[in-house]
Design a protein around this ligand. Structure first.
Ligand code: G3H
Ligand code: ZN
Length: 277
């Protein structure tokens, strides 16, 4: 396959799954899982992951691109949760060289008018480079443990936000929360339906690891078109590493325990993609 473009994967009547990449094994496991399920998807690299790798965004994106292009299904590469405006501007300026097709501008922590102005500026600049631009309105709880999980996106405010910023997709606060290790979140499906009815752009669900599969199915039926998953991959990845190390206190070659971690990512992605297909 050739590298897909996010704008071609989001929309229609179903939702595309977007998975967070931290290590190369994540990217490989995600691509293998999507290929096994026969379902397109998105590899996404967050600002936090870029920071973890010493700011080497181009190297991370290049690795994801190579893995995405080798998958048996269409897979695109996305920059996720970019709060650092300097990094967002860099992504836009280097979009051609990075060969990515989408970016999430995460300015939801800013006062409303600043979120609008910042997002509008980056959406216009991103569009000039052919990027699909996602933004967030109504902070989705849990990220960095700092945000309140009770916040909800108001449909009227969201409609005005989309019109004023020109974004292509909107992350909405509808009951999910980042970094949950159990799937116990209950979404406000009525609110999702009202937002989908009111907004002319695809809705994005963040913190989807905390949502049970039937809740995700209902969210798609109500209008969610992109489902972001990160923590669920790490639960399986880390459990495999932990179990391998517990059974072998002599091992030194990381390939021994990372192979199982990569397989765990693949299985999580394959099972979720299969369950939602
Ligand atoms: O942007 C990434 C997602 O919102 C991932 O959230 O780690 O809670 O699944 P999660
Ligand atoms: Zn998120």
């Amino acid at each position: 396959m050739t590298l897909a473009r996010t704008g071609d994967l989001v929309g229609g009547t179903g939702a595309v799954l977007a998975f967070n990449v931290i290590t190369l094994e994540h990217a490989e496991g995600i691509a293998d899982g999507l290929s096994a399920a026969g379902v397109p998807g998105i590899l996404q690299v967050s600002e936090n992951a870029v920071r973890f790798h010493g700011g080497r965004m181009a190297a991370l994106v290049a690795a994801c691109r190579e893995v995405a292009a080798a998958a048996d299904v269409p897979v695109s590469v996305h920059l996720d949760h970019v709060q650092d405006l300097a990094l967002a501007r860099q992504v836009v300026a280097e979009a051609g060289r990075l060969d990515i097709s989408s970016l999430m501008v995460d300015a939801a922590h800013l006062p409303y008018e600043e979120n609008v102005a910042t997002t509008a500026e980056l959406a216009a600049a991103g569009h000039a480079q052919g990027l699909w631009v996602e933004a967030e309105l109504g902070e989705i709880g849990g990220k960095d443990g700092a945000h309140a999980p009770g916040v909800r996106t108001d449909p009227d405010e969201a409609a005005s936000f989309v019109e004023r910023t020109g974004v292509d997709g909107l992350a909405v606060a509808v009951g999910s929360s980042h970094a949950m290790t159990t799937a116990t979140a209950r979404l406000d499906h009525d609110l999702i339906a009202r937002l989908a009815e009111r907004l002319p752009v695809p809705l994005v669900l963040h913190g989807s690891s905390g949502v049970p599969v039937d809740g995700l199915r209902a969210a798609v039926a109500a209008g969610i078109r992109k489902i972001n998953v990160g923590t669920a991959l790490n639960v399986g990845y880390t459990a495999q590493v932990r179990s391998y190390l517990a059974g072998d206190d002599k091992v030194t070659d990381p390939r021994k325990y990372l192979a199982g971690a990569r397989d765990a990512v693949r299985d999580t992605v394959r099972d979720l993609a299969g369950a939602l297909a």
